[in-house]
Design a binder for this molecule. Structure first.
Ligand code: GLA
Length: 395
C-alpha cells in the first residue's frame, strides 16, 4: 500500500513536471518529514533529541535551463514564480523561501550554478510540526547537488539547510529537523547529540503499539518571534551562569543548583525556561534506556511529563494541544502523548495500542470539534529512510 503510494507520487511528480516545463526532469528527490519521540527544544541548547523520519515526503523534480532563471512551481499552490540566480532578492514569507534559501547557500560554495526549473509536490501537511520545511530544503539541496555535481557531503547539506532556514525564513532553528530528514533509517530512531553531532540508531520496538499523530490544524507560526525568544532566554540563562562558572557553554553543562544560584534571583521566567531544558535532557536519557528495554510504559509516562513541562515551564503549547493531551490521558490504551515540534499548534504525538486507534479516533474527532470548532486530522505514520534520489539522468 505504502509502496504503491510512493510510486504514484514519484510518477505524478514526473508527469506534472513534464506538463509544466515541457521537458523531462533530470533529477527527482524526496525527503521525509519527521517525528520526535522526546527531547523538544533541546537541539539549539546543545542537548539530545530522538527523532525519526516518517513516510510522508516532499518531492522535488529539477531540470536544467540554459539561462540564469529559476522557475519554481508548487503543485499545492498551482503557482509559478520566477527568480534570477544573480539577484535572489529577500525573504518573501512564501514556500519559495525554502528553495531560494538553499540556492543562496549553494551560491556561497565554489560550485558553478545555472538556472533551473523546479517542481515541488508533497504529501506532508504544512505547519503541522512534521517539518515540511526541512523536507523541502533537504530534497532541494540533494537535487541541486546532483544537478550541479557539487559533491557536497550529507552532513554539510544538513548544515546548509539549517543555515538556509536561519537566513531566509528568520527562524533560528536547531539542527534536528534537517538531520532527521537526511539521516532517517527505516524502523529506527536517531539519538542525536546536538553538540557533537554524534548519533546512534536505536530500533523503535513498538510491539502492539503505534505512534499516532493528531493534528490540531492550528497553524504554528514559528517565525513569529516566540521560538527565537525562547532561544534568547536560554542564552541569557547561560550567560548569567557563566558569570560564576566560566567553563559552561550551554544548558547542557548546567545543573539545577547552578540555576538556583545564578538565575533564580534574577528572573523567574528565564529560570523556568532553563529548568525545562535541563530536565528534558535528563528525561530523554531515561527514555532511551526505557526504549532499549522495550519499556513503553515508562516511555509513555515521560512523554506526558514532557508535555506538561512544555506547557507550564516552556510555555510553547496552546489550548488545542493541551485539550488533546488531556483527553487521551483518560484512556489506558494511550501510554503517552505530548505536543511535538516547535509548538503553538501542529501535532501531538501519541503512543497508542494499535487495536484501540479506530475507537479512540471516533471519540476524539467530535469532542475536538465541539471544544475548538476545528477538524482533527489523524496520521498513523511509519518510520522510514532519509532523503533519497529517485531519478538521476545527469550521469
Ligand atoms: C522546530 C525546530 C527544531 C526544534 C523543534 C523543537 O521543529 O525546527 O530545530 O527546535 O522545533 O524541538
Amino acid at each position: 500500500m505504502i509502496q504503491q503510494n510512493d510510486f504514484s507520487l514519484k510518477q505524478s511528480t514526473l508527469e506534472l513536471f513534464k506538463k509544466q516545463f515541457r521537458q523531462l526532469p533530470n533529477i527527482i528527490t524526496r525527503s521525509p518529514g519527521r517525528i520526535n519521540i522526546i527531547g523538544e527544544h533541546t537541539d539549539y541548547n546543545e542537548g539530545f533529541v530522538l527523532p525519526a523520519a516518517i513516510n510522508r515526503y516532499a518531492y522535488i523534480a529539477v531540470g536544467e535551463r540554459d539561462d540564469n532563471l529559476i522557475h519554481l512551481y508548487a503543485v499545492e499552490y498551482t503557482e509559478l514564480l520566477v527568480f534570477n540566480l544573480n539577484d535572489l532578492g529577500q525573504k518573501k514569507s512564501s514556500w519559495t523561501d525554502y528553495i531560494i534559501g538553499i540556492v543562496d547557500q549553494l551560491k556561497q560554495t565554489r560550485c558553478k550554478l545555472n538556472g533551473f526549473n523546479l517542481l515541488l509536490d508533497s504529501d506532508l501537511p504544512i505547519g503541522a510540526g512534521m517539518s515540511s520545511s526541512a523536507a523541502i530544503e533537504c530534497a532541494t539541496i540533494f537535487a541541486l547537488n546532483d544537478l550541479f555535481k557539487a559533491k557536497i557531503s550529507k552532513l554539510s547539506m544538513v548544515k546548509m539547510a539549517q543555515k538556509a532556514e536561519h537566513t531566509f525564513t528568520g527562524v533560528q532553528c536547531g539542527i534536528m529537523d534537517m538531520f532527521a530528514s537526511v539521516f532517517g533509517k527505516q524502523n529506527q530512531v536517531i539519538k542525536l547529540d546536538c553538540r557533537s553531532l554524534d548519533f546512534a540508531y536505536m530500533p523503535l520496538l513498538m510491539g502492539s503499539k503505534q505512534m499516532l499523530l493528531l493534528n490540531t490544524n492550528v497553524k504554528h507560526s514559528l517565525a513569529s518571534s516566540a521560538y527565537n525568544e525562547r532561544k534568547q532566554q536560554c542564552e541569557q540563562g547561560v550567560a548569567w551562569v557563566k558569570e560564576k562558572y566560566p567553563e559552561v557553554n550551554s544548558l547542557r553543562d548546567i545543573t539545577i543548583e547552578m540555576l538556583n544560584l545564578m538565575v533564580a534571583p534574577k528572573d523567574p521566567i528565564i529560570y523556568k525556561r532553563c529548568q525545562y531544558v535541563i530536565e528534558e535532557n535528563n528525561r530523554l536519557l531515561t527514555a532511551c534506556e526505557a526504549l532499549k528495554k522495550g519499556d513503553l510504559v515508562t516511555l509513555g509516562r515521560l512523554m506526558f511529563e514532557t508535555h506538561m513541562q512544555l506547557s507550564k515551564l516552556y510555555e510553547v503549547s496552546c489550548k488545542e494541544l493541551d485539550f488533546l493531551v488531556k483527553q487521551v490521558k483518560k484512556y489506558p490504551s494511550v501510554l503517552g502523548a505530548r505536543m511535538m515540534g516547535g509548538g503553538f499548534g501542529g501535532c501531538t504525538i501519541n503512543l497508542v495500542e494499535t487495536t484501540a486507534i479506530p475507537a479512540l479516533v471516533q471519540i476524539l474527532k467530535p469532542a475536538y470539534r465541539e471544544a475548538t470548532g476545528l477538524d482533527l486530522s489523524v496520521y498513523a505514520v511509519g518510520v522510514t529512510n532519509g532523503t533519497e534520489t529517485l531519478i538521476n539522468n545527469t550521469c
